[in-house]
Write a protein that binds this ligand. Structure first.
Ligand SMILES: [Zn+2]
Length: 267
């Protein structure tokens, strides 16, 4: 178990081995965007030509057996808002106007594809094989400190009757503990959320700290009742050959995405 690298044509993406419905943690490889946005930029607000971004969606969606009109994309603001997606929301943020502010999406609507964006932040995809419900969360350090992963699990349980122990989680490529250097505000927020147990995932170096968002998000998901968890070992800031990294590239960069499709429950 773990993560698997997949390639279709020029498109390269990763999947969690514990999730059997179509999903992807994208890389920067396989799209049609140019120059500093080359090649797979999925952000419509990165200064890219919207036609190229839409074509990037078509490429990704085709690999997952869907279409841009079936995608609901988060409207992220580093909040802890989880938004349920139904048939009315499909296409939002891609082929129709964007959703209200939210940093996580959940759905039990067969055919719906959920999408969150990252460029160092932590993407989390969730799947309940029994009800078929899925979730997608964007966890920056603020989202992590607000337990957005746990709140997404909670929304799946409350809205769709998922049993938490059935939910499988994949924590995708993000900025690793090798590169996520912070001031004291980040460790402080993590300890406030998780208690002193968070300290083992924070390494002080001089006046700075190196924070392990993979481990912290894993702890939060386990605390929410998730038992089946896969975590990508890849660091977006170390691997700018593969990924967009806000830390390394600043604003002159594209966005990667994490997408998951709802395929309905066990029949
Ligand atoms: Zn790194």
């Amino acid at each position: 178990m773990g993560f698997t690298r997949r390639q279709e044509g020029a498109l390269v993406y990763f999947t969690g081995d514990n999730i059997s419905v179509p999903h992807a943690f994208t890389t920067r490889l396989g799209g049609v965007s140019r120059d500093h946005l080359a090649a797979l930029n999925l952000g419509f607000h990165r200064g890219d030509d919207p036609e190229r971004v839409l074509e990037n969606y078509r490429i990704l969606c085709a690999a997952l057996g869907t279409a841009p009109e079936q995608v609901a994309a988060a409207h992220q603001t580093h909040s802890d808002i989880v938004l349920p997606v139904g048939p009315e929301e499909l296409g939002a943020g891609v082929t129709s106007p964007r959703l209200p502010e939210c940093d996580a999406l959940v759905t039990a609507t067969p055919g719906a594809a959920l999408m969150v964006f990252t460029a160092d932040c932590t993407p989390i995809l969730l799947w309940d094989p029994v009800t078929g419900a899925v979730g997608a969360a964007h966890a920056g350090w603020r989202g992590t400190a607000q337990d957005i992963g746990g709140k997404t699990v909670e929304a799946m349980a409350r809205l769709y009757g998922c049993r938490r122990e059935n939910i499988r989680a994949a924590v995708g490529p993000n900025i690793g503990p090798c590169c996520f250097e912070t001031g004291p505000e980040v460790p402080k927020a993590m300890v406030a959320q998780l208690g002193p147990g968070a300290e083992e995932d924070i390494r002080p170096v001089g006046e700075k700290y190196y924070v392990n968002l993979k481990a912290l998000n894993s702890k939060l998901l386990r605390r929410a009742g998730v038992e089946n968890l896969e975590v990508s070992p890849l660091c977006t800031a170390c691997r700018t050959d593969l990924f967009w990294s806000a830390r390394r590239m600043g604003d002159a960069r594209g966005s990667q995405g994490a997408m998951i499709r709802c395929m309905g429950g066990i029949q």
